[in-house]
Ligand binder design. Sequence first.
Ligand code: SD4
Length: 317
Amino acid sequence: MWGIIATWRMAKEGIEKAEDILKNQGNAGDAIEIAIKEVEDFPYYKSVGFGGLPNEEMEVELDAAYMNGDTLSVGAVAAIKDFANPISIARKLSHEKVNNILVGEGAEKYASQAGFERKNMLTDRAKIHYYNRQKEMLEDIVPYDGHDTVGMVCLDSFGKMTVATSTSGLFMKKKGRVGDSPIIGSGFYVDSQIGGASATGLGEDLMKGCISYEIVRLMEEGMHPQQACEKAVFHLDHQLKQRRGHAGDLSVIAMNKNGQWGVATNIEGFSFVVCLPHQKPTVYLVTQQDGHCHYHEASKQWLDEYMQTRMAPLKRK
Ligand code: SD4
């Protein structure tokens, strides 16, 4: 058995690359890194890697993490600038004995010494988004809208599991802001003896529930990944609303060691991608009803429109 699941439609091309590796008995570490790199490199996805949206000061600061479910090793970078593939830096950090999570300048120094590719990650298109948002903010539009982190959980045919995340975080965030994506237990967690999970949405709220660890813990208690995802999301959503009057966006994916998977969300419009030995990479859309999440395959029309809007010409307002 092998399998891989990822947040958002944008993961599809990466998942196709991972499929080639996994079906040929490749390992979950290589498969997930290559899949995430594909998303980081695609300039039209504006929330991950190259082309990612900048912070308040028009700098692209990236967060990424990698975890090995066999050894529980973790590596992560946060608020790193000017490197092409934060996920590869995170994976390398997971091999270190200490200093596994590096931020800002320290992360850049490490990456530079380790010979990772430097790249200006701010595209002209991202600059247009920035200037337009600055204008919209004068009209009272929330600055933080428009954020999709890629998170993946992978199982290879040897039973090894990995999880990885990569994001430019919230658009117009403060310089130095770190979201849930590079934080173990919040944006990601995996244990090959149980399963793994990853989250996307408002990092500040996802962290309040250590949501990825919670899902893995619920799977350890015997829950199916679908049940574990729903329980974790709706419990946190409820707690946040009760105590704070509002819950941010919370969306999650999970897979267990047998390749069973689950998803949950408290928003409309969450999409994800799954691939298994008997299932080509497939994009699904999630809807909620009566405290449960349901999913259906994305139509050809939806998929076409998705790409058209991502790649449509952009003008400065
Ligand atoms: C963050 N969780 O930095 C990320 C953003 C995200 O879908 O996932 N958006 O808070």
